[in-house]
Design a protein around this ligand. Sequence first.
Ligand code: URA
Ligand code: CA
Length: 432
Amino acid sequence: MYDIIEKKRDGLELNQEEIQFFIDGYTSNEIPDYQVSALLMAIFLQGMRAKERALLTMAMAESGDQIDLSAISGVKVDKHSTGGVGDTTTLILAPLVASLGVPVAKMSGRGLGHTGGTIDKLEAIPGFHVEITNDEFIDLVNTNKVAVVGQSGNLTPADKKIYGLRDVTATVSSIPLIASSIMSKKIASGADAIVLDVKTGTGAFMKELQDAEELAHAMVSIGNHVGRNTMAVISDMSQPLGRAIGNALEIQEAIDTLKNEGPEDLTELCLTLGSQMVVLGGKVETVEEARELLKESLSNGSALKYFKTMLKAQGGDNKVVDEPSLLPRAEFKIDLPAPASGFVSNMVADDIGVAASMLGAGRTTKDSVIDLAVGLVLHKKVGDKVEEHEPLLTIYSNNQDIEAVKDKLYDSIQISEEAVAKPTLIYETITE
Ligand code: URA
Ligand code: CA
C-alpha cells in the first residue's frame, strides 16, 4: 500500500493490480483507514486517468453483491440523478419509459435530503411495498415491464467505506472519486446502460456548470470504458424542479404529469431523459423519434396505465390516481403572500429545500421519521410576474407554528422590479 500511495503522490498512473489490491484490502479491513486516507488525498490532488477511473469503478462495483438482471429480456437502462430539490422524475420516467416496451428495473434509495428519496415518496401510496425479493423483482419487470424497489443486499461495500472516509478527510469533491462512486453503484445494480441527470445550480451538488460538465463527461467516459452505454443531461437546479416539494405532494405531481397535466419544466426534463433511455434501450435510433413516442404515451394515457399497474403489482392502492384524498394530507394549508409586486428573480433551491425539511418532509439523520404529508407547492417560479399579496406558494404543514419556515422562505425568494428571464432548464446532453 505504501508503494501505491507513493506512486499516486508522484502523479503516476495506477494499474489494475494496484487498484484491485487497494479495494480488496480496504473492503476486507486489511488496509487501515490512515493509508487509504493518504491515497484518497493523493488522488484528490493528482487526479486519475480515464483507464484508472474505469478500473476503480469496476473494482468497487465487484466489492460486494451484484444484482443479476439477465433473466429480464432487453437492455436494462438505469437512470441516476445527482440530486436536487423536488425532483420527482424517477416516479414519472419508470412507467413512461416502460410503456414503450423498455424494461425498467429500478432500485432506489431513501437517503438523506430535503425530502425523502423515491422509495419514501412511494410509501405515501397506501399499501405500496418496496421490500421484495430479487426473484419477485425480476418477475414483476418481466410481467409489467416496470418495478421500483428499495436497495437490498450488500452493494458496493468498498464505496460505502471510502465515502465515509472521504467525508472526514476533505476528499469528497474529487471528480474521479465522485464519478467512480456513482457509476460503481449503477453497475452493481445490474444496469446495462445508464442515463445520468447531472444537476447544476444552488440546489445541486455541483453548483457551477463547468463542474457539472466535467462530472458528466467523467461518468459517460467510465460507462463507455466498461461496456455500459451511458448518456448524460445537465439540468438546472437553481430553483426547485416542478412545483411540489414533499413526499405525497410529489406523488400527486407525478400523477398529474403522467396525465399530461404536469408542470412544464418537469415534463420537459422527463421527455429529455426518457428519450435517452428509450434510445439506449434499443427501441428507436434517435432521441427525436423517442420523444414523439413518449409524448404520445403521456397524451393517450398509456404511461398512466403502466403506473397504475405498477402500483397494484406492488400492493398499492391505485385508486390514488383518481382520488388524491387517499394520499396522506397535511392538517394546515397556509399561503405565503408576495411581499411586493414585480417578477420572481430568484428561488434559492437548497434553502427552499431546507424549509420543506423544517416542516418534516426530509431526514436530518439516518433515523429521522419523515412526515409524508407535508411540504410546499410553488405557484410562482423564476421569471413569473407576481402582484403584492398574491400567494407565492402554499405551505402544507401539520403544525401551525411555522414562523421560522416562513422566514426561511422569504429569505430564499427574491422579487425584482424588472422582468427576469426564465432559467435554462437543459444545458447540454452529453453522449460520448
Ligand atoms: N454521490 C455518490 O454516490 N458518491 C459521491 O461520491 C458523491 C455523490
Ligand atoms: Ca417537484
